[in-house]
Design a protein around this ligand. Sequence first.
Ligand code: TRP
Length: 336
Amino acid sequence: MIDGKTVLFSGMQATGSVLQLGNYLGALKNWVTLSKEYESFFSVVDLHSITIRQEAAALRSGARNILMLYIAAGLDPEKACIYYQSHVPAHSELAWILNCFTYMGELNRMTQFKDKSAKHEANLNAGLYTYPILQAADILLYQADLVPIGKDQKQHIELCRDIAQRFNAIYGDVFTVPEAYFGKAGAKIQSLQEPEKKMSKSDENINASIFLMDDRDTIIRKFKKAVTDNFAEIKYDPENQPGISNLLDIYTLFSGKSIEETVAHFQGGGYGDFKLAVGEAVADGLKPLQERYNELKADKEYIDKIIKNNAEKASYVANKTLRKVKKKIGFPELIR
Ligand code: TRP
């Protein structure tokens, strides 16, 4: 809580490539709705990005693209605090402190660490291991009550809660203990090429993902190529027909129609016509976001101002928590 208001915090990684449809439907779209109700902080978590080797220019442009997409998707940067994690040194500082309040046994249990370390054997750095501690620092600095995330982040939020409770038990009520918030629809968008797998912006097959800035023809072409099945029946059955079910999910999220209505509407038709309709609905649905993004991209001054103002706003809140933490721990007071 800040000044009696419920606080929401979330973040996305800047990985050099632009966001894909799953990030939009699973996260951004929900953030826009939630930000109307809560005091919100949305960070571009570039400190997290370097747990995997990044090319400098790509990281810089990728981070800025994501920040602009947050706004293009409908977040109001005058209301929600949209900022780069690396602009607020308090994140790194609190992360170090929380390192000393987290057990290796806890980190060893993190399934994301296990997955990532298998994938990045050649660069098994300590940051990959302590990643969830930095995430806990992100959340706790802002006294966040709610953290909208995908299911894959559930374990990290549980760890964050454990760390906060442990700290509070020693030093008194310093941190708000946050809760994970799972959006209803759209939290799970699957790959168009391997529908049993989550759509991921790092997928090597470019036809597997729809990127938010893909043009209309590209979007329609990717949907036409989407992998389905040979049941020749449009039916919502994620278990046996994951491809068609994923397309139905995507279509309903853009058309606002229910799965039942959609199934009834396309019943008896071929997969080809249905895929085309999904592609068109997505292309139409993304058009306003794409137009807004291009406007923002052309207005460097405006974006720079947003970045500066919000870094100040975030720092103000974060530093307040950090000062309290340092005092409780017993670090000598800074004499000004
Ligand atoms: N780890 C999150 C992810 O990969 C990103 C993230 C970093 C985050 N810090 C956060 C999400 C704080 C919520 C709150 O999706």
